[in-house]
Each structure stands twice: as structure tokens, then as C-alpha cells.
Design a protein around this ligand. Sequence first.
Ligand code: ZN
Length: 257
Amino acid sequence: MKTTTLINKEDKLVVLTGAGISAESGIKTFRDSDGLWENHSIEDVATPSAFTRDPSLVWDFYAARYNQILEVKPNPGHYALKQLEDHLGDNFLLITQNIDGLHRLAGSKNVLEMHGSIDKCYCNKCEKTISTADVIAHRPASNSKTERYPSILKNKHQWFKCSKCSGLNRPDIIWFGEIPYHLDEIIARLRECTIFLVAGTSGVVYPAAQFLLMAKQHGAKTIGINLDAPMNVDFIEEFHQGKSGDILPSLVKKWIE
Ligand SMILES: [Zn+2]
């Protein structure tokens, strides 16, 4: 494997991870072959208006995702990034688009979860925060195979109701049409980083493409790791094709030797 990079303790490294690194831990996308979840488009269950229209349906979706994530573990790619953080300390920043919390579980500390986290919730009225575990604990048991909430009780007995007000607890996740978290800090760190690494995302779509461009314009070296070859080769100077779980551990070893 070719790598020309050495990462020194003085380097400021920013990493962006995407769905690919979670997929290697077995996280499913919840889309079937039609791109739907139980006949609903993802946009029908992951927007603020979907939650206003049918909060039970949205919670069915997120309860299923939450329960799945309880069963998965970080993979060698997550642990390799933790090793990089141990090497660089505060000069390391991990930005992730993933909501599964696997980077934190692997021990990473300097993590910005730009799309939120599935283990946290907040009230859509008073904004009181609560853990998803505490919300889900009130979810009635369901015998249905798909763990759907019994439709007869839909929106009547709202188990996800806020304990302090008449609002509803919602997952602390950035939905379509909402603004990602930490953008100011992300932009500031991209402007001063010396190396920007993108793993588990193609780098063609927002936000990876814009982040790559910004880091490069400010003089950072750009490195990509992904299953598919990058489309925007102009933005990625060093590219490694494959799974991050296979590639990152040995790369990190070489980078910090
Ligand atoms: Zn409330």
C-alpha cells in the first residue's frame, strides 16, 4: 500500500467519517430494494413535518434503528482513529455524519456528531434533553414482527411525551431540512488543519465535497479512504480504495511511526 504521508504531533488533523465506516460494523440503512422503509420514503420519517404529522410512525422508525445500534460494535476503523487521536491529542478532530455513537464507544473524545446522536432526545417544545434509553423505556411492548407500535394506540397514548410539558420527545438527530450541528467550529478547524482525511464517504456529495474543497483551499493535504473510487480526484491527493476497517489500522501505524 502506498502512502507518502507521515503525521507528526504538530500536524492538525481533521477527519470526516460517513456511512461506510458504520456499514462495516453491520449498521443497515433501513432502506429496502425500493429505497423505502416499510413503504414509507425516508423523507416521510426523517423530517420535522413528518414528526408533526405522525410522531408514532417516526418513533417506530427510530426505535428500530436504536435497537439495531445497541447490537453493533465499533470496528478496527473506529479504533484506528482513536489511536490517531491518542497520538495527536487536541490537534485531532473527528467529524462524523453518523448518528450511531460508535466513535465515542471506541473511545474517541474529540468528536463532533454533525447529524446528532441516536442515543439522545429532546422535547420539541421546552427542549429538555433526555436519553433515548429513557424514552424507549416507556415504549409499550409489541408482538409484531416489525416492532411497529400497535396502530390502535397511535398518537393517543404518547409514550414519547415530555415529562415537563405538553411537548413530545424527539430524537436529537438532524432531519432533512434542518441545519447540521457545529458548522462554525467545523469551518474554523478546516481552515487551520494541515491534513484532512475523509473515510467511508465518497467525497462527492455535501458535506464532504465542500469540506474537502475548503481544507484544500487553505493548504491542507487531503486523503480519502472509501470502497468506491473518488469522483473528484482533484480534491483528494492521496486515495486508498477499500474498507476503512481493513485499511486504516495499517495506514495509521505507518502515519505515526
Ligand atoms: Zn417539554
